[in-house]
Structures are given as C-alpha cells and as structure tokens.
Design a protein around this ligand. Sequence first.
Ligand code: FAD
Length: 676
Amino acid sequence: MTAHQRRVLAAVCDTFQPSAGAEAGALLERVIGLIGSLPDPADRRRLGLLLEALGSPFVNLALAGRFASFDRLDREGRVAVLRGWADSRIQLRRAGFQALKRLVNVAYYAWPAADGSHPAWRAAGYPGPLPPPPIPPSGPPGPGRLPTVEIRRDTVLECDVVVCGSGAGGGVAAGVLAAAGRSVVVLEKGENLGPQDFTQIEGEMLSAGYLDGGLLMTQSGSMPILAGSCLGGGTVINWTTSLPLPEATRHEWDRRSGLTLFSGPAFAESLARVAARSGVNTANSDPGRRDQLLERGLRACGWHVDVIPRNAEGCVDGLECGYCGYGCRLDAKNSTAKTYLADAVAAGARIVVRCDVRRVLAEGGRAVGVMGTARTADGRTVNLTVRARAVIAACGALHTPALLTRSGLTNPLIGRGLRLHPVSAVVGTFDERVEPWSGNLQTRYSDQFVDLDAGYGAKFETGPVHFALPASAYGWDDPTRHAADIGALGRTGLVGILLRDRDPGRVVTGRDGRPRVRYELSSYDRDHLRTAILGAARVLAAAGAREIMTLQQPPVRAIPAAAGAAGAAAAEGALGAAGPAVGTGSADWLNEFARAVDGRGIDRCRMALISFHQMASAAMGADPRRGVVGETGETFDLPGLYVADGSAFVTSSGVNPMITIMAIADHVARGIAERW
Ligand SMILES: Cc1cc2nc3c(=O)[nH]c(=O)nc-3n(C[C@H](O)[C@H](O)[C@H](O)COP(=O)(O)OP(=O)(O)OC[C@H]3O[C@@H](n4cnc5c(N)ncnc54)[C@H](O)[C@@H]3O)c2cc1C
C-alpha cells in the first residue's frame, strides 16, 4: 500500500468511524491486515484501485462536486463522496463502497480495544466475551479437541478411503465408513478447534473458524459468503437448525435429476439416522427474546409458525447460547466433530488438519488417492500424499468443484447449478430490550411465504445478531445515523428472510486453482424476496416495532400504523438529518413502505444479501447430462471419486441444508461400504 493509499484509507476509516478516537491507528492497521488477508489477489488489487480513485480530485469532482483527494476533504465532503459511491448507478462503485464499509466496520466492531472494552458495545449494552460458562446440566464440556496426526515432513499415508473436508458431509462419511471397518484418513484444511478455543470475540472466531476468515464475496461484490472452515466444518459454527429435506422437494429432486433416491425409503432412513446420531430434538428450543418477538408477530398476523428442531443438548439458553454461532463453549452442539468424527477416531480413523488437498490422483482411469500440502506445527509447508481405494470430496460446495476441476475432470456441469439461499432481513426497533445476541440460536420459523410459486419462496427465521452482521449489512446514511442504528442494537429484533433460489450461479475455478463465485439474483427470485420483505415488515409491526428498517442502501425506514402519531413523532425526532421515514404511523404505511422499497431497488449492492448455505455445484443426476455424480455419489468422469457434501444437491433445498447434506453423505458412505 502506498503512502497516499494509506492516507486515503485512514480518511475512509475516520469517515465511517469518527469515534474511533485513540483507537484510530489500530483500526487502520487492522483494516490493512484484513485487506492483506483477502483470499483473492484480484480483490486486493481492486481495493488498491478503489483507494487510488478516491485519492483522485477529478473522480471526486465528477462524483460529488469536490475537487480534492479524499483525505484532503472535510468530513462533510467525505460523507458526500462515500454517499456518491454508495448510491451510484454504476454497480462497480456500489460494490466498492460496500467492500470498504464492510472492512472498516467489521474491523471496528468485531474486536475490543486493548483494554477489552468497546464504546459501541457499551452504548448498545453488549457484554462482549462472557466469563467462563456455567457447567451445563449434562455435565462439564467434553475432552475438547479431537486427536489428530501431526505431519512433520513429506509423508505418504495409505488407507481404504480418504475423505477430503470434515464438515457436515465429510464428517458423516468418515464416521460411517470407519464404523463399517474401513481404514479412513480425513484431511481438513482448517484448524482443530475445541471449546477452549472459542474466545467469543467475533473477529478472532471469524478468522479461526470461517472460510477465508469470513471475507469471501461473490465476484461482483454483491454478496458475502459465510461457511465454516475447521475440523467439523460448518457444523462447528452453525446455528444448529436441523430440518429435514421437505417431502415435496424430495420428489422434485427426483423428477429433475431422473433419480429415484430422494423420494424413496432409503433416503428417509438416512435422514432419520443422521438426525438420531446428531441428537436432534425440540427440548432445547426455548425461544429467547428475538424468537419470542418473531412468534408474537406471526401469531398476531395469524400466520404459520413452528418450533425449530436442533442438534444441541444441554443448552442453558440465556446469554451464553447466543454466542454459540462462534463455537459452543458448553460442548452442547452436536457438530460432526463431536459425533461422527469422534466415532471415526474411536474406530481407528486418522485425521490431519491444516491440510489443503490440491488434486485427486488417478491411475488406470480410477481415483487412487490425493495429494496436498500440510502445514506443520512450526509453520512449514510439506507434501502429503494419501493412497486409497476410494476418494471422497467433501470440501463444501465452493471448494469441491474446484478440487474436481484441478484434478482434470471436465464434465461441463462442474460448478454450474450453484445455489446460495440468499438471506436478507427486515429489522425493527422496539421499546423493550431484545438483546438479539442472546438466547438459543434459532428456535422458531415460518413457512408462510415458502411456496410463492412452484415450491419457491422464502422462510422466516431469526439468528443471533452480534456486531459483525449489522456492521456489514446495515445501510449507511452518514456516521451519526449509523452510530444511532448500531447504538439501538439492544432493542432490535429482526425477521430473517431465507430465500429458496430457483436460478443458479456458478463456481469458476481460476488458473490459480481458486474457486470464484459468479452469482446474481434473478428477477424471478427478486420478486419473491420483495414479497417476503413486505411480509417481514408486517410481522415486525404486528410484534410492536416502533420503527422498521430494510437492509437497503440507504435503508428504507418506516413507522408502522400501530406506533401511532406519538411513535411517529419520536422516531422522526430520532431520525434527524437522515430524512423522514415513510408511513409515519398512518394506516397506509405498508403501501408507502412498499413504494419506498421498490424505489431503492433490491438488485446488486442495493440490498444487503448474505449466503450461509452453498449448494448444488456438483449435482447428483441420472447421467452426465444431468449431473456430475450419479446416485451413488460417484463422479461420472472418474470412478472411485465420490462427492458427499452440499455440492451434490440437485437444487436449493429451501430448508437449512445440514441434515440433508449429512443424509447424502450417509447414503454415499453406506453405499461404498456395502459394495465392498
Ligand atoms: C453462520 C452459519 C450458520 C449456519 N446455520 C445452519 C443451521 O442452523 N442449520 C443448517 O442446516 N445449516 C446451517 N448452516 C449451513 C451448514 O453449516 C452448511 O451448509 C454445511 O456445514 C455444509 O456442509 P458441507 O459438508 O457441504 O461443507 P462444510 O461443512 O463447509 O465442510 C467443508 C470442509 O472442507 C474443508 N475444505 C475445503 N477445501 C478443502 C481442501 N482443499 N482440502 C481440505 N479441506 C478442505 C473446509 O475447511 C471445511 O471444513 C450455517 C452456515 C453458517 C456459515
């Protein structure tokens, strides 16, 4: 980074977070560190160019009528320039704004100051990392980290089956095959984390347990993508919702793929088996305030609401459980690390962590193992080869297609078909405290809008909200209004919208072997999102929200009728220079809200979307024209190479995918064991 780029970036930090004060230097260094850790070199280059553009007086003159480098402008001028980028007609500029906002705000909110405190946390009443947890009713946490094999030098291992990736799919495949008496080696790129590693500092946990430190985006910059990357994969950091693939989708998948698997009894047995081993239950689904509000609003509307089954046992609810999305310190979450991988180790499987599988080895037209690199305990990189009779790719729906492509497979469907379940939300400010960071992770859902057309639509759920999500997803008017929005977090509830996307994007593997995600919302899926946004606003209003806000740029703010004239006046006062809210407590507020939502638009970088679920990028199908793998999970291109993760989905599942992925892995692994 040049000295000029640094100065511009420092001014950007000061514009987003003027109250960083004495921490401003540390904030700048952290943002520079995050830019340096961006997984894609092209993204780092693009950010450099963005800072150059902001440093150009001519660009600032054209965009905001100010002829000066960004760092020479007064604060008002800098806000005007950033708003110019944020609301630009040009998508690239909006994406640039979103990237800077996300980096600076996440760097600011997700770590405490050197003394452990944080002014924004204090203002919102957020406690930050909690004292050591109480001993759960089920007894003290288990032994913690699983035993792994330490690799010290170039190494060759031999086994029956090598499993690449250890998440929902890989963990189950390893457990099932090891229990069936096969010798199994599991290779996992991430770290081996246990309850003692879960610091509850968001920034630290994103870096330690998430794919690419949580910084991955679609190529256009329109959607951040979150996925787990550690031993146990997504199941260690996910929100424990354990819903089976709906009956109608099971039939749809068979119709589309020409298979008979999903609607048949064997798959039903796989679903039941993985739910049983994962301890799925509804006894640990007491709603916290966040989910109580969701339920209250849904019931007031007379709409569908039900309890979410979860793969967690011995939850204590309250504050501690709200942090469990960054790893459960009570060890109450039945991740694959705690269940199937522990089973695998007990049956003799060997696990290697910090191992990046680079390619599948083939001889005589069959897969015979894999080669990759492993990082040693003292930080060296060594080669690791594993020779095996079968290879299971379970690197998740972004990295499995990249592994297949790096290994020379050429089926043109590899990477195509990717679905992301785009998530947005409508948030509401309440008079009462909600503390959306607390309470069990997800305990209530609604299928009211789940079938808007041909089985496609949206599910309503909530989720634990700490600071990283709003830091990245909230729209931005100016620093004052942003600080007020974040300051109100303790009284904020939300309706999360999980879109079942019909239309796919694509994973493209670059010449450097890295996967890159091309994905935009189609107009078909956008219409469903719009309908769901209006429904979510009604739920929040019915639950008693005073003010309702979309995650658009800039946000649409509405004051629902129930808030009445007094509520409208209070909210208007608080809005100040951010401009009036729509609705203002009138009976017609929802129509006004809808018009404002349409006015802003919900396409690329105008609406915050985020993907927690990646699926269907190496789909199962009856033949190579309809899929990358057949009903057994074996690739058509290379016998002996199987896929057993979210990549194998036929389309999006429409429900949180973990249990479906586990069932597919159970089916694939059992098939391998039985055929041998
Ligand atoms: C915050 C969050 C909350 C979620 N909540 C829920 C929920 O409540 N319910 C639900 O059903 N789903 C939830 N999900 C989604 C769910 O966790 C994932 O869909 C699921 O874990 C995906 O399983 P998988 O086996 O396809 O991949 P993953 O679980 O992502 O596992 C893939 C593993 O492969 C490793 N890997 C990648 N490349 C390589 C390589 N080259 N070599 C070696 N290892 C590699 C990765 O590090 C990773 O650990 C959530 C996801 C997130 C991010």
